[in-house]
Ligand binder design. Structure first.
Ligand code: HMG
Ligand code: MG
Length: 299
């Protein structure tokens, strides 16, 4: 098996993780948590979203969070933006990178951002253009790349069509989301076989939700196929409130455990992550869902 020497982890816990938590967490506690994450060796943290506060109330304090965190040199602090209003907020808050997002399936796109796929393109096109002229790098997210909670299976060809449009807009990287965590390695293989002849592996990231326990297996398949960037959330937090049945992302600490055991460098310190996980457990008043957190509670 040919494996990379290093892998880049993009921590999405403060955004994807917290957006799915009903209990409102204070700006102060979010800030303290992000500051702990910044100390763990992560080089990329997605801190929040500039979306409509009615759609995602938990992240209504995005600007305040960005204003209060201590920014460590070398770390990219990113946020999601759905449209120009979101971009304006993100730029005034001084994000390092913006992430635009849409879905490969019509029904999830409509449920999540209230637009058809076709109507989403011009909105994101303008966002990408303006973000670029403001000197920002732009990440794209494509959701439901394996299946949609409303429409069922999504074909790799459909994923490629939408991915093509996003790359043509000028995004720097595309994160492929198994939003509801249904995928298995053979499906990931088919998807990447379709995409890799068209897009460089370095331009793709994988974003696996772990609803059915297949995320690490899917990551291993992606690694074998040349992908070296993965999204994950501390404590396996996460889920999209507009994707029925979605649950947490693959846990960063379980991913780090696997990669470091395979001799793959991530630069992330597992003990510090577990410490940051314990802090979030105390805030949420419940155990986080990862093998490494389980082990730390038992020892
Ligand atoms: P809309 O209602 O169609 O928006 O929502 P609109 O453009 O018609 O505007 C309606 C009102 O919203 C206006 O205010 C706008 O100013 C305001 P009014 O004039 O009525 O007072 N508005 C905004 N306010 C604050 N921030 C904004 C904004 N935009 C408009 N950015 C919209 C469309 C996209 C805004 C809405 O559907 C939305 O916020 N959706 C976000 C949903 C979301 O965050 N989902 C989770 C993230 S995606 C995800 O988790 C998947 C991912 O992890 C990958 C994976 O797992 O697959 C990334
Ligand atoms: Mg997600």
């Amino acid at each position: 098996m040919k494996l990379p020497k290093t892998v880049k982890i993009k921590e999405v816990g403060p955004r994807d993780g917290l957006q799915n938590e009903n209990q409102q967490i204070s700006t102060e506690n979010k800030t303290a948590w992000i500051n702990q994450l910044s100390e763990s060796g992560l080089s990329y943290i997605e801190v929040s979203s500039f979306v409509h506060p009615k759609w995602i109330p938990q992240l209504a304090d995005a600007a305040a969070v960005l204003a209060s965190i201590e920014r460590k040199p070398g770390i990219t602090y990113a946020a999601l933006v759905p449209n120009m209003k979101g971009l304006e907020g993100a730029l005034s808050a001084g994000v390092d990178e913006v992430s635009v997002f849409m879905s490969a399936s019509e029904a999830h796109n409509k449920n999540n951002i209230n637009k058809t796929i076709e109507d989403t393109y011009p909105v994101l096109e303008e966002v990408v253009k303006e973000a670029k002229s403001a000197g920002k790098t732009v990440r794209g997210y494509l959701s439901t790349v394996i299946a949609c909670p409303y429409e069922g299976e999504v074909s790799p060809e459909q994923v490629k069509r939408v991915a093509d449009r996003l790359f043509t807009m000028g995004i720097d990287e595309l994160s492929l989301g198994d939003t509801i965590g249904v995928g298995v390695p053979t499906q990931v293989e088919k998807l990447l076989e379709e995409l890799l002849p068209a897009f460089a592996a370095e331009k793709l990231a994988m974003h696996f939700h772990d609803t059915r326990g297949t995320a690490l297996a899917n990551i291993l398949k992606s690694l074998e196929m040349g992908i070296t960037t993965f999204d994950s959330a501390l404590g396996g937090l996460g889920g999209c409130p507009y994707a029925k049945g979605a649950s947490g992302n693959v846990a960063t600490e379980d991913l780090i455990y696997m990669l470091s055991g395979m001799g793959i460098e991530t630069g992330v310190n597992l003990d510090q992550l577990v410490e940051a996980g314990a802090f979030m457990e105390s805030i949420l008043g419940k155990p986080l869902n990862s093998r490494q957190m389980d082990i730390s509670r038992r020892t």
